[in-house]
Design a protein around this ligand. Structure first.
Ligand SMILES: [Zn+2]
Length: 396
């Protein structure tokens, strides 16, 4: 129990364990840090392997059966997780495969009260295997169509792999083709593919922004400064993973050299008091104003179950989510790679309640922060914030 926060006797009744899941599930919310490839459930991975005639246990998919894949889901750290993640992604080959992946996640989104989802995907994970970027994106959009038809607002963010080559501004690219040599799938080539794709895509199926993910160290953000500057100049919004396993200096560099307007994870910022203050402050830099439409804090998309699974916080009760919230940082709750880390939005909010015992008001603030941290248009934010406030006001 955190000192100064609601003792059980005065908690709202909805926080009774029996009612909590149903209430959290229906609570209006956002998802700003989910990797679509990280929603690949083991059962679907085997279905896709069979469809693509990939032999389980072969080098292309080195898991003999479901039990072997599930057993691989015990990770020592970020690197160990990514090894499994990339191996499982090998079953995703056609637009139909990406459709099925996104459709399964879209069904979850609808069932979990998510109103706005800004979803990551990793182009290079696929293009370096010869799968065209447009194959990936068209499949994802078609898989998300049903969720969108039911009112979920969806955006896509293409992440560069920080352990892949950065390349050069004139690297050749073709949005409809994959690469014959993995070394050609550079960050620069990927950006060119994204821009090519966006030029031809319907306005409501373009790629909204770029991110930076994969093995964090030893790949400091400044390696990608020129790529992000070009992305920014082309009108793409910018975010980056930083301060998950990497030091606070990586968070500073993401802000200062990449011009990002939010940070994914960022939990190691508590090691640097000045940085903590800086994140919480309102920024009126051109990059922040461009992404949010007004001066704004730099939010953190925090993923409690991921942090526990990857041993960022070996003891879940030591997650610093509420420390950050109480310091005025705009933190929100996310799931990262839900198929691998024990759950989606519901399970992450449930973990926050069970592990950290937030007050009712703090829960409301976490939900509201998800809206503030999103890149939705201001009018849509106002509508969703009102919906969240009405939800909490009506809760017993
Ligand atoms: Zn992530």
């Amino acid at each position: 129990m955190s000192p100064g926060h609601s003792p059980a006797a005065t908690r709202p009744r909805l926080l009774d364990p029996d009612r909590l899941d149903a209430w959290l599930r229906r609570m209006p919310k956002t998802a700003l840090h989910v990797h679509l490839e990280g929603t690949l459930e083991p059962e679907l991975a085997f279905t896709l392997a069979e469809r693509n005639a990939i032999e389980p246990g072969s080098p292309a998919f080195p898991y003999a059966d479901l039990a072997a894949l599930r057993a691989a889901y015990r990770f020592a750290d970020l690197g160990a997780f990514l090894d499994v993640y990339y191996a499982a992604c090998g079953v995703l080959r056609t637009a139909d495969d990406f459709h099925d992946l996104a459709r399964a996640y879209g069904d979850r989104v609808r069932a979990e009260g998510i109103r706005r989802a800004e979803l990551f995907f990793d182009p290079q994970t696929h293009t370096r295997r010869g799968v065209g970027l447009s194959t990936v994106v068209r499949g994802l959009w078609s898989g998300l169509a049903d969720a969108r038809a039911h009112g979920v607002d969806v955006a896509l963010i293409a992440c560069f792999l920080r352990d892949a080559p950065v390349g050069h501004a004139d690297d050749p690219a073709a949005a409809d083709a994959g690469f014959t040599d993995p070394a050609q799938a550079t960050a620069w080539a990927t950006l060119r593919q994204v821009l090519e794709y966006n030029q031809r895509a319907p306005a409501d199926e373009s790629i909204l922004g770029v991110g930076l993910d994969s093995y964090e160290t030893p790949y400091p953000p400044e390696l990608f400064a020129a790529v992000f500057a070009r992305a920014r100049a082309a009108g793409l919004r910018c975010t980056a993973h930083a301060g998950e396993e990497g030091p606070p200096a990586y968070i500073r560099a993401a802000i200062d050299t990449l011009g990002v307007s939010r940070i994914d994870h960022g939990v190691r910022c508590t090691e640097d008091a000045a940085l903590l203050e800086r994140l919480a402050a309102v920024h009126d830099t051109p990059t922040v104003v461009a992404d949010f439409g007004e001066p704004h804090a730099i939010p953190l998309t925090v993923c409690p179950r991921s942090n526990y699974a990857l041993k960022v916080f070996p003891d879940p009760a030591r997650s610093n989510l509420l420390t950050l919230l109480r310091a005025g940082v705009q933190v929100c709750v996310n799931s990262d790679d839900p198929a691998y880390f024990g759950g989606y939005a519901l399970e992450n909010y449930r973990a926050v309640v069970d592990w950290l015992d937030p007050s009712f008001e703090e829960l409301r603030q976490l939900a509201r922060n998800g809206v503030h941290a999103s890149w939705m248009p201001p009018a849509a934010k106002t509508t969703l914030l009102a919906e969240i406030d009405a939800w909490f006001a009506a809760s017993p």
